[in-house]
Design a protein. Structure first.
Length: 269
């Protein structure tokens, strides 16, 4: 079933409008006001589609969330979920952001990003995807239109809120088939996260469904099932290597191996 086959009721349409208003004003919603309004995946994605239309901005790509058993358990889910991201919220590293002016309640995740060099198809194998993408390190900054959301917001509100999309800061892009000799190599990327020079955490790409290419393949298939396509030029941040800390002011830096280099975001109050 595509999202276009879902008819939103009046309350669900009001929810989409409220999410959009919060996105614009940075005034958070209260969970109690909207819990129970959406109770299934396809309606949640239909609300997300409505929010995306209200933004009237190009979709530059996607983010995939809940790509580890730990994060799926936190949100009582048995599969990943995705969010549409506006083009202007993908920022090259090094980036500068203001907590007060540009975010609401952000976290920080260390991920790999994939950009399609041609349209991606649900029939593509993992190796096909390796040949049809560039790859980069990313710092994804999940953000939410609800107050006190992490980790207690229910899955359907997360999905409706464009998978709590904020910003994605991406590093140098290279052809994925030059970086990885085989698909399996993508499961062995290591990264260390620093805040103001202090080591915060380490993680590995195998945390992302065992291999980030599997996250990309899941997304391509999910979009196709909903009548959408992952198109050439679009970028996805494919899932976090580590449990995300709250984003605070200062210099956040992820140092990757495999020649990805560093990805940096400088955060001001």
């Amino acid at each position: 079933m595509t999202n276009q086959n879902v008819t939103l009721n009046t309350q669900q349409k009001s929810f989409a409008q409220a999410l959009f208003n919060a996105y614009q004003t940075k005034q958070p919603l209260k969970r109690a006001d909207w819990e129970g309004v959406v109770t299934d995946d396809e309606t949640a994605y239909a609300v997300q589609d409505c929010v995306a239309r209200l933004k009237q901005l190009p979709t530059g790509g996607y983010k995939v969330s809940l790509t580890s058993q730990q994060t799926q358990d936190m949100f009582d889910a048995d599969s990943p979920l995705y969010g549409q991201q506006v083009d202007s919220h993908f920022l090259p590293s090094p980036a500068v952001l203001s907590l007060k002016q540009q975010t609401m309640a952000p976290l920080l995740e260390v991920e790999l990003g994939f950009r399609a060099t041609e349209d991606l198809l649900p029939s593509d194998s993992l190796d096909d995807l390796r040949h049809k993408t560039t790859v980069c390190g990313t710092l994804e900054l999940p953000d939410c239109r609800f107050a006190d959301w992490f980790p207690d917001l229910n899955k359907y509100c997360v999905m409706s809120d464009c998978a709590v999309g904020g910003y994605v800061v991406y590093g140098r892009e290279r052809p994925a088939d030059e970086v990885f000799s085989t698909v399996d190599d993508a499961a062995n990327v290591n990264a260390t996260l620093y805040h103001d020079g202090q080591k915060e955490a380490t993680g590995q790409s195998s945390e992302v469904l065992g291999n980030p290419f599997k996250s990309l393949q899941w997304l391509v298939g999910k979009l196709a099932a909903q009548g959408k396509q992952f198109r050439a030029g679009q970028l996805v941040s494919s899932g976090t290597f580590l449990l995300p800390p709250h984003l605070t002011a200062g210099k956040w830096e992820a140092k990757f191996d495999h020649g990805f280099g560093d990805v940096v975001v400088n955060v001001n109050d």
